[in-house]
Ligand binder design. Structure first.
Ligand SMILES: Cc1ncc(COP(=O)(O)O)c(C=O)c1O
Length: 560
């Protein structure tokens, strides 16, 4: 080799080494930005989920899987039997209806299977069968098919902000206003213009696109970000829910991996470093609800194997995190998307943007904005919302949907948006945070005074029940609450959602029943106090059971 060729050869070699080092460094930075929990490692979680064997506790272990002595197990058994008898008489018709329907409603079969940790599933399903039907709603209550009235703590997955009577009226009035046009799709009803103007003001953004669900709105926001940045990857934060489509569910629940998703740790310096360094990131998705439990999945009772939930809510710290995120996104040309499908119009009229004082580039809304009917909305900056290029006619970002802008949905949304302009809505929003903080505090005082191992952590009207004592049976509380006339959604005590029309008297009744339910549960021996029982020891026991089961029946990996 002559001189210049050798030089070029060495030069190329040096460049290759430098590139590999840079790539390695980036990979290392990415690993460091992953949360240490399994939800932070989607691929591993998916693999482990496939390995996890099914097994269950028969009656012999069900009541004493924590090593409780015979007298405690007997108390639990008696409590369970009493509760079962109460369910079978008080909810008889509703249970029968549910049992009949669930054979053919796959959604129901799924939710029923995931109300409690799977080891207890069979016996619970047999003795405390689910009662998933309702007949009517009134004020803050819902009645089942047997005529029982429950205080509603489900909040209809967060849709119910102003109370069911409000949405009933919105649907009725809205339907009357568009009756003449009927369900015509394609041409718009004129009131859509009013909706769009109101949404522009509320979001502080320039344009609006209309969809049918929160999931679709998030899909569209991410697609727009990819289209306009020309980059492939989305960043979501560990544990955050953004609907059920593939790219935002890279872990358990999605049969195929999401190759263009990074799941990073929220409120982490390392994650900001990844955003600063990588060039392939189109957008960052934030679900501000995660402020209540950063980096943890939505708390569901089916995951209450050991006991501890780790929510903490620090409005200032989360706001500060969002500000820093905003800054990095601006510097790097990354689209910042606030997914306000849940918290929008609940935390305040201006949603999380106002609540935390940070502006996003795109914001998704849904749930309550539909005034009682299904909807999804994207609001965004003009430059990001455009779906075609003037200079390249074939380069488009396609998004349509048969039912987008349905006149009836637009009309109920209009009722909702009009209500937001009223002094009543102003008053509700002004006082909501204070009222719900006070109520959570008051209930916590009562729980502490009664030495019950429970604590409420809340973000305004969104509550989660925390268990302060390691216990294998915390998930039982949902059944005691129902027996006291408190209605929860299928994820149980992990999320209680209140509508803002709860009066002081309504809430006093809920608090009374809550304490009564917890007291009954304690009296039945479920919170047996054993100092040797720690969350760690429980997790270790369960892991051993799983390994043993796996060894005994290695083929039972994926029931179909
Ligand atoms: C933050 C967030 N994004 C998206 C969705 C999905 O909305 P939908 O269920 O209307 O598809 C939800 C639903 O709970 C949500 O909470």
């Amino acid at each position: 080799m002559d001189g210049p060729t050798t030089l070029a050869f060495y030069g190329l070699g040096a460049a290759a080494v430098a590139t590999s080092v840079a790539t390695l460094k980036k990979r290392l930075e990415l690993s460091q930005a992953k949360h240490r929990s399994l939800s932070g490692h989607s691929r591993m979680a998916r693999r482990l989920a496939r390995l996890m064997p099914f097994y269950e506790y028969g009656e012999d272990r069900f009541f004493c899987c924590d090593g409780a002595p015979e007298d405690i197990a007997a108390r639990r058994r008696a409590g369970f039997t009493r509760l079962s008898a109460l369910y079978r008489t008080r909810f008889a018709k509703t249970i029968a209806h549910t049992a009949h329907a669930s054979a053919a409603i796959s959604d129901l079969r799924f939710t029923d299977a995931y109300r409690v940790p799977f080891q207890y599933r069979e016996l619970v399903a047999a003795q405390l069968p689910s009662a998933a039907f309702a007949q009517s709603s009134d004020g803050v209550t819902i009645s089942d098919l047997d005529g029982n009235r429950f205080y509603d703590l489900t909040g209809s997955y967060g849709v119910n902000v102003f109370g069911y009577d409000f949405y009933k009226q919105a649907i009725e009035r809205g339907a009357a206003r568009v009756r003449e046009l009927g369900p015509v799709l394609g041409p718009y009803h004129p009131l859509i213009v009013e909706n769009v103007e109101a949404l522009k003001v509320i979001s502080g953004l320039d344009e609006v696109s209309l969809h049918m669900s929160g999931t679709e709105a998030v899909m569209q926001a991410v697609r727009l970000a990819r289209y306009h940045t020309g980059r492939s990857h989305l960043v979501r934060f560990c544990g955050a829910y953004h609907g059920w489509w593939g790219d935002v569910q890279p872990g358990v629940g999605n049969p195929v991996p999401a190759h263009e998703t990074y799941t990073l740790t929220e409120m982490s310096e390392q994650s900001l470093r990844v955003l600063r360094r990588r060039r392939n990131i189109a957008c960052v998705l934030v679900n501000p609800l995660q402020a209540l439990h950063p980096n943890a999945s939505p708390p569901s009772d089916s995951a209450l194997l050991a006991g501890r939930r780790i929510p903490r809510f620090d409005r200032q710290a989360y706001g500060e995190w969002l500000r820093r995120l905003r800054q990095v996104c601006t510097e790097r040309g990354i689209v910042l998307i606030f997914d306000e499908v849940f918290v929008g119009f609940r935390l305040g009229k201006g949603g999380a943007q106002d609540y935390f004082g940070v502006r996003a580039d795109l914001v998704t809304y849904g749930k309550t904005l539909g005034g009682g009917l299904p909807v999804g909305v994207v609001c965004g900056k003009r430059g990001l919302m455009k779906r075609f290029r003037d200079d390249r006619p074939a380069d488009v970002c396609f998004a349509r949907g048969t039912f987008n802008s349905h006149p009836y949905v637009m009309a109920t949304m209009n009722e909702f948006l009009r209500y937001l302009q009223t002094p009543q809505a102003d008053a509700l929003y002004r006082d909501a945070e204070h009222i719900w903080n006070e109520r959570a505090h008051a209930l916590n005082m009562r729980l502490a005074a009664a030495a019950l191992p429970l604590e409420i952590i809340n973000m305004s009207s969104i509550w989660t029940v925390c268990y302060t004592q390691p216990c294998r049976y915390n998930w039982m509380l949902q059944y005691y609450l129902r027996a006291e006339g408190l209605l929860l959604s299928w994820i149980g005590t992990g999320r209680l959602i209140f509508s803002l029309n709860y009066s002081a008297a309504d809430f006093a009744a809920v608090a009374e029943r809550f304490v009564a339910a917890a007291t009954a549960m304690r009296n039945d021996g479920w919170w047996w106090d054993n100092p040797a029982l720690t969350d760690k020891s429980i997790k270790r026991t369960v892991l051993k059971e799983m390994i043993l089961q796996r060894l005994l029946s290695p083929r039972t990996t994926r029931p179909r």
